[in-house]
Ligand binder design. Structure first.
Ligand code: ATP
Ligand code: MG
Length: 663
């Protein structure tokens, strides 16, 4: 087997290999999208297992979305590793909590509320006489979630909220009161929310020695993918898992931090070597996922980001052969955009690209509707990745109940037939409904039938009871069946995944970046990273589209996203600037973000200094000419007008000190 584990390393480049076969202990891979971070950790796990350093059952790998955890499991299975755990933080915590519950609480297990949390927060708000409109409740709920993920208690909340200058819909004191009341109602009802899973599991490990000992005896090797999005609550759980040990591999890309609104931070990733000075640290630059055309675009997007933390300044180098140039297209309205995208998808399907290799990615889930409509009209199968939690879907829960009943009445007969019969009762018709939500429900039920077919074909005499047990197991492991079709997903849900063809849609101001980010520099940067995540999902075909109005009868009152600036080729019809700077400095507006321009220099540049842009040698040269001109006008030496450092700052779009300008 020594050959077999060496063989594993052949599919890696030297840097990836260094990380994969580093001795047990702290390992950190800091690298951009598509450079093989996930590949490196799956190979590392396989390598450690095959070389006998650790047994598969002692490995716990965690990541952040169910989809990404599924991807980890698929890749591990492909490498022949059976029995290593790969889960989301929450799923891992849930499993551990269930196991330790009798010992630490003793009661019957508490239920997860997840679905109707808003109602509980609503009850709490009602008791306190706070507003209960859904919109406000949603904001209040996410603020409570943020506090819990950030390990901020109700007592500490007002001080922390003030220190961080949180943008909140109520006074911090009232929110603290709401948070406290919500916790009380929830605990009285013996319910757990998602954040509780992490907090209770951490507490069980920290406060019960026998729990900690048993756990630490069981798990010895920890791996975290997408570490840039770790929250304080997750970090604390991870520390409780480690219990002072250091067998920890983390990989991440600070440029893909997209959950900081929820309390996540790339700091633990960037400070990893400070915590573990002896860590093996690897940086990867080669991008194996995307064509050089896509890589080039990704580099531009992230190159325009401002205020990036040290350690995140990476440039990707494409490794794949050339592909088609990214496509840009502007439409009158969103319906026209969706129709055009569906048409283009049809072309790709006809050209042989499988539906499962195509994704439409959008900023908010509400955008999926237009695409569901357009794709169903075009007869293209699709699946929506908004509701990741397959087994919590209403029709799936109904289906499971129906299957359970059928199984108890009859463990005889053909499995697939019995399954179809049971599911007919909950809406599985012969023919698929035309589209929309009904089609999606139908697809979910059909996926269950396909699983039954799979079980029947692999297991002699499989019974309905056996099938239900298999489904229970999948539900516990958050391992949904695959539904074949074009993926519709939010940018957040697409993290870590890849497709041959990616359509980034709705790239208009107000959507990307999202309206409420406007005016908040940090929020805008997070939106830009989200856009970067989107761009880097594509292997080959990348399409970027936007619409000038929402509805066909609407006014053309939308502008394309500021993030597109500098990406669209000069000769493209959409490349013309929407507004040119006016002569008067008071009337002039930034041609990227449309803010009024406030200095002569900004007017001259035609944009504000806050807007990042892909300005290079060319602009620098023009600025230098302008400097000479002004100097002649003012009859002063050129360096007095402004310094080269200032010119560079302008060209790189860093804020400049206006006092350094004589003009
Ligand atoms: P992300 O930041 O988006 O999560 P990542 O760094 O985790 O990206 P992977 O998903 O591991 O990147 O790899 C991207 C693609 O490149 C995958 O299809 C992977 O199989 C492929 N790949 C990675 N490394 C190599 C390699 N050395 N040789 C060939 N293909 C590779
Ligand atoms: Mg990855």
């Amino acid at each position: 087997s020594s050959n077999r584990h060496q063989e594993l390393l052949e599919g890696l480049d030297p840097e990836q290999r260094a990380a994969a076969c580093a001795p047990r202990g702290p390992v950190c891979v800091l690298a951009g999208a598509g450079t093989g971070k996930t590949r490196t950790i799956t190979h590392r796990i396989a390598y450690l297992v095959r070389s006998g350093h650790v047994s598969a059952g002692q490995v716990l790998a965690v990541t952040f979305t169910a989809r990404a955890a599924g991807e980890l499991r698929t890749r591990l299975r492909a490498l022949g590793v059976e029995g290593a755990q790969a889960r989301t933080f929450h799923a891992a915590a849930l499993r551990q909590l269930r196991y330790f519950w009798p010992r630490v609480v003793g009661d019957r297990p508490w239920d997860l509320i997840e679905g109707n949390k808003l109602r509980l927060v609503g009850q709490a708000a009602n008791r306190l006489g706070l507003p209960t409109e859904v919109e406000v409740l949603r904001d209040l709920t996410s603020e409570i979630e943020w506090a819990k993920a950030s390990l901020v208690s109700p007592d500490d909340y007002p001080a922390v909220a003030a220190r961080l200058n949180r943008d909140i819909p109520e006074s911090a004191g009232r929110i603290a009161e709401l948070y406290r009341t919500y916790e009380r109602i929830k605990n009285e009802a013996q319910l757990l929310d998602f954040d509780d899973l992490l907090l209770h599991t951490t507490a069980a490990l920290e406060e019960h020695r026998s729990v900690a000992e048993e756990f630490r005896d069981r798990y010895r090797c920890f791996v975290v993918d997408e570490y840039q999005d770790v929250t304080p609550a997750q970090q604390r759980l991870l520390d409780a898992w480690l219990g002072g040990r250091d067998d920890l591999t983390v990989v991440g890309d600070a440029n893909q931090t997209i959950y900081s609104f929820g309390g996540a931070s790339p700091r633990p990733l960037l400070d990893f070597t400070r915590r573990f000075p002896e860590a093996t640290v690897v940086r990867l630059e080669r991008d194996y996922r995307s064509t050089p055309q896509v890589v080039e675009l990704a580099n531009r997007v992230i190159g325009a980001a401002s205020g990036r933390p040290a350690g995140s300044r990476l440039r990707l180098i494409g490794q794949r052969p050339d592909g088609p140039p990214p496509r840009f297209a502007e439409y009158d309205d969103e319906i026209a955009e969706a129709k055009a995208v569906a048409g283009r998808i049809r072309e790709l399907l006809d050209a042989g690209v499988p539906a499962s290799e195509i994704a439409v990615l959008y900023r908010v889930n509400a955008q999926s509707e237009a695409y569901e409509q357009a794709l169903s009209e075009a007869g293209i199968p699709y699946l929506v990745r908004g509701g990741e939690r397959f087994f919590q879907r209403r029709e799936v829960r109904q289906a499971m109940a129906a299957l359970r009943t059928a199984a108890s009445r009859n463990p005889e007969g053909d499995l697939v037939d019995l399954c179809r019969q049971a599911l007919a009762g909950v809406g599985l018709t012969e023919q698929p409904p035309p589209g929309g939500a009904a089609k999606e429900r139908w697809d979910a039920l059909l996926a269950l039938v396909e699983l039954a077919e799979e079980l029947a074909s692999t297991t002699e005499g499989a019974t309905l009871g056996r099938f239900v047990a298999e489904l229970d197991q999948r539900a516990a492991a958050q391992h949904p069946p695959t539904v074949d079709g074009v993926t519709l997903a939010s940018l957040h849900a697409a993290k870590g995944l890849e497709w041959d063809a990616v359509f980034l849609v709705g790239l208009a101001e107000g959507t990307v970046p999202i309206q409420h980010a406007d005016g908040n520099d940090e929020a805008i940067e997070e939106e830009r990273r989200l856009f970067y995540v989107g761009v880097t999902r594509a292997r080959e075909h990348l399409s970027l589209t936007w619409a000038l109005s929402r509805t066909p009868d609407g006014r053309r009152n939308r502008r394309r996203s500021r993030f597109l600036y500098g990406l669209i080729p000069e000769d493209h019809p959409a490349a013309r600037v929407a507004r040119s700077p006016k002569a008067s400095k008071f009337a002039a507006r930034c041609r990227i973000c449309d803010r009024p321009l406030i200095s002569t220099m900004e007017v001259k540049l035609g944009r504000c200094t806050k807007c990042p842009a892909d300005v290079d040698e060319d602009l620098l040269a023009r600025l230098k000419d302008w400097r000479m001109e002004r100097a002649r006008e003012l009859n002063v030496p050129a360096f007095v007008v402004f310094t080269d450092a200032t010119l560079v700052a302008i060209a790189e779009q860093r804020p400049t000190d206006s006092r350094s300008l004589v003009a």
